[in-house]
Design a protein around this ligand. Structure first.
Ligand SMILES: C[S@@+](CC[C@H](N)C(=O)[O-])C[C@H]1O[C@@H](n2cnc3c(N)ncnc32)[C@H](O)[C@@H]1O
Length: 221
């Protein structure tokens, strides 16, 4: 059986490089722009329970919490080390939210627990089967009529975006990233039972096209 360390890819591929993650993403991936667009699409309201899957250093979860006071925000990540950074950042930012260690395909939450599930720069860390398992878990923990918003590398808008994306593939590996660049996420979301699946935005960055997708968990039949 694989050890927990082998089950996922660290934010920067190697744990020792995690400290570089925030400055690199802010500089190269138009982070404020695409995370702002993701939060705008999610239309968060006070009282909602929100989960950020693969939250990493917590930038998105913290922004959600500060932007909409009264949210109950939870960040989930497999890496204890990065969660310690996230917790420190949240305290410094004055944000009230909680972080939990756990794997995306075996989440430590009850069924129907969240109104919104958010995820950014995460799905390209998963192979196709783990993308499927994770989407099944997300649907399980979401309330009916809950909404999922994902920002991640998507099908390139042009040849330049395709070429730039090779840098991510060299860093994170081709196995997990190939489906992203082929634009498979919406299809996998539909397969997992999400309705109203749509591509909301495509944002060009120095590393390729950032896509924002949305979908809704239908009411039980
Ligand atoms: C590139 S980082 C993205 C972090 C953050 N969401 C952001 O937008 O900056 C991907 C994160 O996913 C986490 N991760 C990868 N596979 C995971 C899995 N199967 N379950 C939980 N966390 C996972 C890594 O530890 C890492 O923190």
């Amino acid at each position: 059986m694989a050890s927990p360390r082998q089950q996922y890819i660290y934010a920067m591929r190697f744990s020792a490089l995690t400290a570089l993650y925030d400055p690199l993403v802010a500089f190269t991936a138009r982070e404020k722009h695409f995370k702002g667009a993701l939060l705008a699409a999610a239309q968060l309201r006070p009282g909602q329970r929100v989960l950020d899957v693969g939250c990493g250093t917590g930038t998105l979860a913290i922004a959600a919490s500060l932007q909409t006071p009264g949210l109950v925000v939870q960040g989930l990540d497999g890496d204890d080390n990065i969660l310690r950074r996230a917790a420190g950042k949240a305290v410094r930012a004055g944000a009230k939210l909680t972080f939990r260690q756990g794997m995306s395909f075996a989440m430590p939450y009850l069924d129907n627990a969240f109104d919104r599930v958010l995820s950014s720069l995460f799905f390209h860390h998963l192979g196709t089967e783990d993308k499927r398992r994770t989407l099944d878990e997300i649907r399980r923990v979401m309330k009916p009529q809950g909404e999922l918003y994902i920002a991640d590398w998507g099908a390139p808008q042009n040849r330049l975006m395709r070429v730039l994306f090779y840098s991510i593939q060299l860093l994170d590996g081709f196995t997990t990233t190939q489906g992203n660049v082929e634009g498979v996420l919406p299809e996998l979301m539909r397969e997992a039972g999400f309705a109203d699946v749509r591509l909301i935005r495509q944002i060009p960055t120095l590393f390729g096209t950032m896509a924002i997708y949305g979908g809704t968990k239908p009411n039980p039949a």
